[in-house]
Ligand binder design. Structure first.
Ligand code: AMP
Length: 392
């Protein structure tokens, strides 16, 4: 187990906490504050233990001066301050005198939020390329480093891997919770069922390869099901097709024929649009049609397979859930899971948005906040952000 913030004496210390405040923003308004809320337990812990708290995060990408206005991290200050019920000083720079002076004047329980770490990307991509001089400078501002940005653990940046090279480092409570829940899947209570959907097979090959031997069934829906169906010689019409993954699908279907469950019927349309579709057996698709959701028989087959499950991992919607005419497969399975006595882990990305819009988040075991980081961890890859954090 990695050291966590609990393993350090942080009283009177300057604790740098790398958060993930990369929130979606539209027209100057935070559209979803989940990531800010998820950072609260670690910050609260640091407050309760009388630390001086220095918060860092990236927000969006910074490729030009214009991107700076759009991705100014100051937008997070008010919401964070509201959630913590405490004043937060925002420092509008990523290095320099104002930052250094403010930190030198900090008292216990003070909180400072530093400007978007990716402002440094205008300076030879120093943040994203993990420039060690920048990392050393940032490390010089604190005594202890806590990485609580789960969503960027798969990236090697100056503000995560870099700083942890120079300071005693641990993970925050969000990262700890994520790792515990996701690593449960490496030795889960069985039956263990994996549900995969979404657009591309190629994004999920690593996950399938790593977890297929551990699961009892792999239920496949969404756009990615059609490459598997094509591998079984069905006419998939105009449905999504991921040609580069066709050989992989053939290989995996041959190796695990009884583990993989594919749709038997689908809801299809002649166009990629939110108009009512028709339900068809997968043998009936014409060349003009595309499958946009799983059909009622498939929903029942998936439910039957899930009935006895003790553990479920789900990544990727089972249809074009953004269209109200094609959300039924995803929502039916989601609602069914909430009635079962099973540990359901939602593996990041679009599935989280689908779950959030269904208002069932509190009924599931774990909803992972990471996209790429979640997938890479489930693929069994080492996450660079954990590299310099010592074991307990
Ligand atoms: P991913 O990021 O791979 O999980 O893909 C998520 C996207 O897959 C969502 O935007 C869905 O609209 C899309 N998707 C799911 N099912 C289908 C489908 N049958 N055809 C086209 N797109 C789909």
């Amino acid at each position: 187990m990695k050291k966590t913030i609990r393993d350090f004496n942080i009283e009177n210390k300057k604790v740098i906490i790398r958060c993930d405040f990369n929130v979606p923003i539209k027209e100057g308004i935070i559209k979803d504050d989940t990531r800010i809320k998820k950072s609260i337990p670690t910050i609260r812990y640091a407050l309760d233990h009388n630390a001086k708290i220095i918060l860092m995060s990236h927000l969006g990408r910074i490729k030009s001066e214009q991107d700076k206005t759009k991705n100014n991290l100051e937008i997070v200050t008010d919401r964070l301050s509201e959630l913590l019920n405490q004043k937060i000083s925002f420092i509008n720079e990523t290095r320099g005198e104002e930052l250094e002076n403010s930190i030198s004047k900090m008292k216990n329980k003070d909180i400072i939020l530093i400007q978007n770490t990716r402002y440094e990307d205008l300076n030879e991509k120093k943040e994203s390329s993990c420039n060690m001089d920048l990392a050393k400078y940032w490390a010089s501002l604190g005594d202890i480093f806590i990485n609580d940005a789960f969503g960027t653990l798969h990236r090697s940046h100056a503000s995560n891997v870099g700083i942890s090279t120079y300071l005693p480092s641990g993970i925050g409570l969000l990262v700890e919770q994520e790792l515990n829940a996701l690593s449960y899947l490496f030795d889960p209570e069985r039956p263990f069922i994996i549900i995969l959907g979404g657009a591309k097979v190629s994004d999920k090959i690593g996950l399938i390869e790593n977890l297929i031997t551990k699961c009892d069934k792999l239920l496949i829906g969404g756009g990615m099901a059609f490459t598997f169906l094509k591998a079984e010689n069905y006419n998939i019409g105009n449905s999504l097709f991921d040609e580069e993954s066709l050989d992989f699908c053939k290989k995996i279907l041959k190796k695990y024929p009884s583990k993989i469950v594919l749709p038997v019927d689908i809801v299809c349309n002649n166009k990629y649009e939110d108009t009512k579709g028709s339900i068809k057996d997968i043998t009936e698709l014409t060349s003009e049609e595309m499958g946009l959701d799983i059909g009622p028989n498939t929903i029942n087959i998936f439910k039957n397979n899930l009935k006895e499950a003790k553990t479920v991992l789900w990544n990727g919607p089972l249809g074009v859930y953004e269209f109200k005419n094609y959300v039924k497969g995803t929502n039916s399975i989601l609602n069914y899971l909430t009635t079962l006595n099973t540990k359901t882990v939602i593996g990041g990305g679009d599935t989280v948005a689908a779950v959030t819009s269904c208002h069932v988040t509190d009924k599931l075991y774990h909803i992972s906040t990471g996209g790429g980081a979640t997938l890479e961890y489930l693929e069994g890859k080492d996450l660079p952000g954990l590299r310099n954090i010592s074991e307990k």
